[in-house]
Design a binder for this molecule. Structure first.
Ligand code: SF4
Length: 245
């Protein structure tokens, strides 16, 4: 028996073009779902927190929804390149380091950051996350040490503080106040008192480089017997400002 095949319905050029573009959109969506926009990956000394001085690989994600007046990483607001999580892990692995810090920009502004953090932990790294405190941290892997900023009035972004994040912190996290002046200092002291921050996790006080004298900040902290750690950005003392440090 011979079988006859009915001729295929012709595809109009316009319809074919539509199929092509929807496939391209789908591919682009899949690509974005598995990738992160990265500003830089580099090996340096951790300049801040209780990990200061430790050789660390930094993964800096592109983009931030905030605009703090003292921001020293504006170059990370735009640009960067898309990398798969596998490619990021491979590059991090090149440095044979134990510590990894995921930073920005605001890393949590990219949803896939959560997967990156989990995979870094699964690989065996000791991972910290530097976040502005403006975005929800509830889905961050519990093994990650969250370094959570509390934005002061001097930053110009205090209204973005997401105070509910404090309920997500444990003793292996840290909160950080970047202080511009004495007004910020007094505001931070009140925030510590109001939210009983010293019962939650270690507290960092960091003077804005070139704006608040670190010696003045140290004197205030000693005078007031504050339960905080005063820190100076080690990397800026060693190398000054700029990318890759
Ligand atoms: S949150 Fe951080 S990266 Fe974003 S503007 Fe403020 S200081 Fe800059």
């Amino acid at each position: 028996m011979t079988r006859t095949l009915s001729p295929a319905a012709p595809v109009s050029p316009a319809r074919f073009g539509h199929v092509q573009s929807s496939q391209a959109e789908k591919a682009e969506k899949e690509d974005k779902a598995e990738n992160l926009r990265i500003s830089e990956i580099f090996f340096s000394l951790q300049g801040e927190t209780s990990r200061a001085g430790l050789p660390t690989v930094f993964v800096r994600l592109t983009g931030c929804p905030l605009r703090c007046g003292y921001c020293d990483t504006e170059y990370a607001f735009y640009g960067g390149k898309r990398l798969s999580i596998a490619a990021i892990l491979a590059e991090v692995g090149n440095y044979a380091a134990r510590y990894v810090t995921v930073t920005g920009g605001e890393p949590l502004a990219q949803k896939e950051c959560l997967t990156l953090l989990k995979e870094l932990c699964d690989t065996g790294y000791s991972v910290s996350l530097e976040t502005s405190g403006a975005l929800d941290v509830s889905l961050v892997d519990a093994r990650v040490s969250k370094i959570l900023d509390i934005k002061t009035p001097g930053s110009g972004e205090a209204k973005k503080n997401r105070w509910s994040n404090l309920h997500r912190l444990t003793q292996h996290d840290e909160v950080k106040f970047v202080l511009c002046d004495e007004i910020d200092y007094r505001w931070a002291v009140e925030a510590i008192r109001e939210h009983q921050l010293d019962l939650i996790c270690p507290i960092l006080f960091s003077p804005v480089h070139g704006r608040l004298d670190p010696a003045a900040l140290a004197a205030w902290v000693l005078r007031d017997h504050l339960p905080v750690r005063v820190q100076i950005q080690l990397h800026k003392i060693l190398w000054g400002e700029g990318p890759g440090r």
